[in-house]
Design a protein. Structure first.
Length: 304
């Protein structure tokens, strides 16, 4: 068997699940890149409503399976639905989860598979496989084991999940809706003895929005240049703080340092953007609402 044929068979055993909510036409290009690497790509429309039929039609025409949910159920539920559909293919051994705005370059999936195979050969069973870098920024490392580089808290997009991991620890926690879905899954895998392995590859992915920092209505400058801060959408702060409490409560006993550190990091970020970024009142109200619901143990989509 030639190396080229062997590679094609391995990639046939991997399916991508792409979650989409009111996507731009960029989704079509991102899916096309995946279809050059994989034979099975499932795109899940997370109940974005009308107005996007032409985009999903183009995705289907490109060769992807399109699964359209009736209502917006959150990224965890969309991933679970897409994974269930992908597993209808009996030969699928790995799932790659992808956000709608992530472009995975040529050879990316093969690099993840190579890292998984290398770890297994070294006696380390990978629970998840993450790229070592995202948009040039290194992923946090968790040391090495038998020469295998391990990572911490990988983001969901661009993540390789063996079917064996799904069989052991189950689906994503859909009650979280969006934020910390990947972090909670990482800790669940870790506690099951399934670490995250880092692959020597990367892809481009946007994290938040950069805005000009302002103090009392005036632009803040640093070294003669305008200072910028990274913020999330205002409504996201509800889920960031609510889910921090929900996930923290679940893992406080086994990972107390992480829980305390995560809460302090979120509070520091909130204080920073509240001082320097516009929309501070709405952002603070969203965060406080999330804290209240987190303490109450409320999960799922926020009731409006």
């Amino acid at each position: 068997m030639t190396p080229e044929l062997d590679q094609s068979l391995r990639l046939a055993n991997v399916a991508a699940v792409v979650t989409a909510f009111r996507p731009t036409p960029r989704l079509v290009d991102n899916v096309a890149s995946l279809l050059k690497q994989l034979s099975t790509v499932v795109v899940v429309d997370d109940g974005g409503g009308c107005g996007f039929d032409h985009i999903f039609a183009a995705v289907a025409e490109a060769g992807a399976v399109v699964l359209r949910l009736e209502s917006n159920s959150g990224i965890a539920a969309a991933l679970n639905a897409g994974i269930a559909r992908a597993r209808d293919h009996a030969d699928v051994e790995h799932i790659v989860t992808v956000d709608q705005d992530s472009l995975l370059p040529a050879g990316y999936v093969q690099q993840l598979l190579a890292a998984a195979a290398s770890a297994s050969s070294a006696g380390v069973q990978p629970g998840l496989v993450s790229p070592a870098r995202i948009h040039g920024n290194p992923v946090k490392r968790a040391g090495t084991r038998r020469g295998v580089v391990l990572g911490k808290e990988p983001i969901q997009s661009g993540l390789l999940i063996p079917i064996s991991t799904l069989d052991v620890i189950g689906q994503f926690w859909d009650g979280l809706f969006i934020d910390l879905v990947d972090t909670e899954y990482y800790f669940r895998a870790l506690d099951a003895g399934l670490p995250t392995v880092l692959a020597d590859t990367e892809f481009d992915h946007s994290l938040g929005t950069m805005v000009d920092a302002k103090l009392f209505g005036r632009a803040v400058r640093l070294g003669g240049r305008k200072l910028q801060v990274r913020i999330a959408a205002t409504w996201r702060y509800y889920y960031i703080f609510r889910n921090r409490i929900l996930v923290g409560t679940r893992y406080a006993r086994r990972h107390p340092v992480w829980v305390i550190g995560g809460i302090l990091t979120d509070l520091r970020h909130l204080a920073y953007v509240s001082v320097l970024a516009p929309g501070r009142t709405a952002r603070l109200a969203s965060a406080v609402s999330g804290i209240v619901d987190g303490v109450r143990g409320n999960s799922g989509r926020k009731h409006r």
